[in-house]
Design a protein around this ligand. Structure first.
Ligand code: COA
Ligand code: AMP
Length: 639
């Protein structure tokens, strides 16, 4: 299949690999630097080299101040649209600057300075966005923790990044309930070995949180006092390679990986992506219906649209139920969004409630140009449904928290390439994507293999894990020397289109949320009656995948299995959080294993999904698989 002659993609992509320094030096001209890079890429710095190593910049300056100075002061920077609290509120770039500079001064009053860590454990409210940018303004390093995580997950992150300050709120608001955050925060601080100096708590009217004297401070009081005293912190120049944030993501154990994002490369790649990939211009309204707790929220609710001088939408709601499956169309038409970005699971939820797409007709989507999907494989049925109902381009693109932006996508701004449903299209500039076998030999077209990326990674991708170069090397760089291991498997077709078929490790994707089954197994093993266990991701019509736990009880346990199963479900919710969507446990007498004792998780998954499977040659006792089938059948699952 030939690309339309109009696409500049092939020429640009080839140049990005032939002359990466020239390519990214040119892109860097769209950023304002205190001192531009003399060395665009320093191959000797860091673990695999660093971009813009000697440049000096400030991300908040480029996201906010720069636009105020350049005539966008009265343009809306942020629209807060919250159907769960019945609120719509807008902030101009000028308003945002005042809020951020004031909050940054408050942070400085707490003694927060350049390179100090600040945890942000907050719902989808404007203050959370201001907090991220206030940290960026003074060179502090934020680490946002998703609200659906439990206290233990928060505690692990506190101990890893050792924040000086934690910013939180009294509650999150889910459609059917409020989620008090403060008890989770208090418990996390109690569990953690590291104690923050102080906490700033945003009181929301839905739930008022009692404050702990000496440690907790009321956000609104601090803000009002700082405003009254006209406090305002200037932007602090930082090195392009200084960390902007740490975002924890699931690894193959219960200890999450602290993905580090730098300042300079991140700005350059994100700014480039707004026009060339998303085809959005400064001044237009761009919407990413994600959560600021995830990488998509960091990059495309907060940083990229603001770096580009767009209006961004912060949506505190769901695709369905707030109030109905027309919510996305209402937001697009009310705020004149030209482009939106969400996870396929959101569209599956909408399709389920409004299969004919009749609610779309109630709204004016004339300004809307394209829909981007990521976070999990976009199944061809969902893409087809969205294309037919919206009659707009639907673009799947492949991402990882580690890369911070798209690895494989369809560059609409360069001239859209033909869509092949099921494939996110082609590698973005700087990503030399290869499909290899276990020995790192490149595989021919249309052959499944491990997806790796030739080093160096392009700007914005992680330089390392927070204070853990060794884990970074071991997790990503050791198995395929000279390449970054994505831990995704897939293939390239004859036109170079890449398809992503699944993970090669124990990570699963539940409603676009990345979770570790290894982490869940650690929780299950912690139950007093569990002798051994396995957790696999099984197919789910709505969420793509959901976790399913298999447990073998200790000898002598004679309580009813369903009682223990309920306790296990509650334990995962308590230790990992509701976001794990862990609701299914099957008690079995034994687990299928190889003769060397390895649990056959892949075979269990195929049985549960009702997929074809072969009897593993190395299985110890084939009869165990019948017991797994019977156990699943008892729960009404697949088979
Ligand atoms: N704070 C507290 N709890 C949260 C939360 C938050 N920020 N986000 C989710 N939860 C809770 C939910 O209330 C739910 O709790 P429950 O078990 O008591 O019902 C649980 O975590 C699971 O949430 P979720 O997986 O989101 O399921 P859902 O049934 O609430 O909604 C979808 C299903 C498909 C509508 C929803 O998952 C969705 O919109 N997904 C899009 C994901 C996305 O944007 N990903 C970002 C990558 S682009
Ligand atoms: P996260 O780090 O949470 O963004 O999750 C990254 C993982 O989600 C990837 O490694 C993939 O397994 C999966 N993923 C993200 N986007 C896509 C996509 N467009 N197609 C297939 N899988 C995807």
């Amino acid at each position: 299949m030939d690309a339309p002659a109009a696409s500049r993609y092939h020429e640009l992509y080839a140049r990005s690999l032939r002359d990466p320094q020239g390519f990214w030096a040119e892109a860097a001209q769209d950023i304002e630097w205190y001192q531009p890079a003399k060395t665009v890429f320093d191959g000797g710095a860091g673990v695999y080299g660093r971009w813009f190593a000697d440049a000096v910049c400030n991300t908040c300056y480029n996201a906010i101040d720069r636009h105020v100075a350049a005539g966008r002061a009265n343009q809306t920077a942020l629209i807060y649209d919250s159907p769960v609290t019945n609120t719509v509120r807008s902030y101009t770039y000028n308003d945002a600057l005042a809020e951020i500079a004031t909050l940054a001064a408050v942070l400085e009053d707490f003694g927060v300075t350049k390179s100090d860590r600040v945890i942000i454990y907050m719902p989808m409210v404007p203050e959370a966005v201001f907090a991220m940018l206030a940290c960026a303004r003074i060179g502090a390093v934020h680490s946002v923790v998703f609200g659906g995580f439990a206290a233990k997950e928060l505690a692990t992150r506190i101990d890893d990044c050792k924040p000086k300050l934690i910013l939180s709120a009294s509650c999150g608001v889910e459609p059917a309930r409020t989620v008090p955050y403060k008890p989770l925060l208090d418990q996390a601080i109690e569990l953690a070995t590291h104690k923050p100096d102080a906490c700033m708590i945003l009181q929301r009217p839905q739930v008022e949180a009692p404050l702990i004297a000496g440690r907790d401070h009321d956000w609104a009081t601090l803000r009002d006092t700082a405003l009254r005293e006209r406090k305002s912190a200037p932007c602090v120049p930082v090195l392009a390679t200084d960390p902007l944030y740490i975002l924890y993501t699931s690894g193959t154990t219960g200890i999450p990986k602290g993905v580090v994002r730098d300042n300079g490369g991140h700005m350059v790649a994100l700014k480039w992506s707004m026009k060339n990939l998303y085809d959005v211009s400064p001044g237009e309204v761009y919407w990413s219906a994600s959560d600021i707790g995830w990488v998509v929220g960091h990059s495309y609710i907060v940083y990229a649209p603001l770096l580009h001088g767009c209006t961004t939408i912060l949506y505190e709601g769901k695709p369905v139920g707030t109030p109905d499956a027309g919510a996305f169309w209402r937001v697009i038409s009310q705020h004149h969004a030209v482009s939106m970005f969400t996870a396929p699971t959101a569209f599956r939820a909408i399709k389920k409630e409004d299969p004919t797409g009749k609610l779309i007709g109630n709204y004016d989507l004339s300004k809307f140009r394209s829909l981007f999907l990521a976070g999990e494989r976009a199944d061809p049925d969902t893409v087809k449904w969205a294309e037919e109902k919206l009659r707009k381009p639907v673009i799947d693109h492949w991402w990882q928290t580690e890369t911070g932006w798209c690895i494989v996508g369809n560059p609409v701004g360069l001239g859209m390439l033909p869509v092949k449903r099921g494939s996110p299209t082609v590698p973005m500039p700087g990503y030399d994507v290869r499909i290899v076998d276990e020995a790192n030999n490149e595989l021919p077209a249309n052959t499944m293999g491990s997806i790796v990326i030739k080093l160096p990674l392009p700007p914005a991708a992680l330089p390392t894990l927070y204070e853990n170069d060794d884990r970074f090397k071991e997790s990503y760089l050791t198995e395929f020397p000279g390449y970054y291991k994505t831990a995704d498997a897939g293939f390239k077709d004859d036109d170079g289109y890449v398809s992503i078929m699944g993970r090669t490790d124990d990570i699963i994707n539940v409603a676009g949320h990345r979770l570790s089954t290894g982490g869940m197994e650690e929780v299950l093993s912690g139950h007093k009656d569990v002798a051994e266990c396995a957790v696999v991701g099984i197919k789910d019509e709505l969420k793509g995948e959901v976790p399913c736990g298999f447990v073998v009880l200790k000898t002598g346990v004679n309580r009813p299995a369903d009682e223990i199963e309920k306790e296990i479900v509650a334990l995962v919710r308590e230790k990992i959080g509701p976001v794990a969507a862990f609701k299914l446990v099957v008690t079995v007498a034994r687990l299928p294993k190889t003769r060397s004792g390895k649990i056959l998780r892949g075979t269990i998954k195929k049985i549960a999904d009702g997929d074809a499977w072969d009897m593993p040659a190395t299985i110890d006792d084939p009869a165990v698989l019948d017991e797994i089938k019977a156990g699943l059948k008892g729960k009404g699952v697949g088979v």
